[in-house]
Design a protein around this ligand. Structure first.
Ligand SMILES: [Fe+2]
Length: 292
C-alpha cells in the first residue's frame, strides 16, 4: 500500500502560471476585460521548461484552447463512435483501471497520429531537446474510475496528459510524484518495483479542458487516484523521447518499418479530358472549342 502525502505547488510556480487565483476568479477577470485571457506562449514555454527541469513536471495551462479541445474530442467521437456497439477503437480494460473504457491508439488512426506528430515541435521548444514522438492514446474514463498510480515504459520520457472534456464539467486532477524514481530498462508499465510501505509526496494538479501536464513518465509516479466525479472524462496522452538520449530506439514506438516509408505520386503519361470522373471541369482547350 502507498501512503500519500498532499503538498501544494510552490508559490512561485503558481504565480508564474497564473494559478494563484481560483479558476473561477480568473474567468471572471477575463470576462471583465471582454476578451479571452492571453498567455505569452514564449514566456509560458520558459516557465514550463524550468518547471520540467527542476521538478520533472509542468502544467501547460490551455495547451489547447478549450474550443480546440472540444473540437478534437468531437473529431474522435465522429471517427470512432460513442457507444459500446458503434465504437471502432479499442474497448479495453487497461492495467491501471478496473472498468472497461473507450480507448484508441495513435497508429490505428491517421487523425490521431497527426496530432501526435504535430505536437513534436512544441515539445522540442519546451524541452530544448531534439525529440521524436513515440506513441499516443485516447481514453474516455467512466464515473468512479481511477487511474492507478504507476510509472511508464521508456517511451514516455517526455509525456503529456491532456484533458479534452468532462461530461459534467467537474475538475479531475492528475497526480504526479514530487520525487523521481530510478528508471529501469526492463520495466513495463506496471510499476511493479515500487516497494510496499513507501511514502511518496504526491501533487494533485487540477486540470480544465485544454490543460495539459507535461511530465517525465519514466521517473515520476503518476495517475488519477480520486474516483472520476463525471459521467465520463476524455483524455489524450502523448509520449516523446530524446533522439540523442537513452530511449531513442523507442521513437515511433518501434514501428519505423510501418511509419517511416517512402511516399510516391504517379501522374498519368497524358492527362485525360476531365479533371475527374465525376464531371469536373474539362481542359481549357476543350471549353474554348465549345464556345465556337
Ligand atoms: Fe502513464
Amino acid at each position: 500500500m502507498l501512503d500519500l502525502i498532499y503538498v501544494t505547488i510552490k508559490a512561485e510556480t503558481r504565480r508564474a502560471l497564473g494559478l494563484d487565483k481560483p479558476a473561477s476568479t480568473r474567468k471572471m477577470m477575463d470576462n471583465q476585460r471582454g476578451r479571452i485571457f492571453m498567455y505569452d506562449r514564449l514566456k509560458q514555454l520558459e516557465v514550463l521548461r524550468e518547471s520540467f527541469e527542476n521538478n520533472g513536471w509542468a502544467l501547460a495551462h490551455q495547451l489547447f484552447p478549450a474550443e480546440v479541445a472540444q473540437a478534437v474530442l468531437h473529431g474522435f467521437q465522429r471517427e470512432l463512435g460513442n457507444t459500446r456497439e458503434s465504437y471502432k477503437g479499442i474497448w479495453a480494460k487497461g492495467p491501471f483501471t478496473d472498468n472497461f473504457c473507450f480507448e484508441s491508439y495513435a497508429y490505428n488512426n491517421a487523425y490521431h497520429g497527426a496530432i501526435l506528430w504535430t505536437l513534436t515541435p512544441y515539445m522540442q521548444a519546451m524541452s530544448g531537446k531534439e525529440l521524436l514522438p513515440t506513441t499516443s492514446y485516447f481514453r474516455v474514463y467512466r464515473k468512479g474510475d481511477v487511474c492507478k498510480l504507476h510509472m511508464d515504459r521508456p517511451a514516455a520520457e517526455y509525456a503529456i496528459s491532456l484533458t479534452l472534456g468532462y461530461s459534467d464539467g467537474i475538475n479531475w486532477p492528475l497526480w504526479v510524484s514530487e520525487d523521481s524514481f530510478e528508471a529501469r530498462e526492463d520495466r513495463d508499465s506496471q510499476a511493479a518495483h515500487i516497494p510496499d510501505d513507501s511514502q511518496f509526496g504526491m501533487l494533485r494538479v487540477p486540470m480544465e479542458p485544454g490543460d495539459a501536464v507535461i511530465y517525465d513518465g519514466v521517473q515520476r509516479l503518476h495517475g488519477r487516484n480520486d474516483p472520476n466525479p463525471n459521467r465520463w472524462s476524455a483524455h489524450l496522452f502523448f509520449d516523446f523521447v530524446d533522439r540523442n538520449g537513452p530511449y531513442a530506439k523507442e521513437a515511433f514506438d518501434n514501428r519505423t518499418d510501418h511509419v517511416l516509408r517512402e511516399s510516391d505520386f504517379i501522374f498519368p503519361d497524358k492527362d485525360g479530358p476531365k479533371r475527374n470522373a465525376k464531371g469536373g471541369l474539362k481542359p481549357l482547350s476543350e471549353r474554348r472549342k465549345k464556345k465556337k
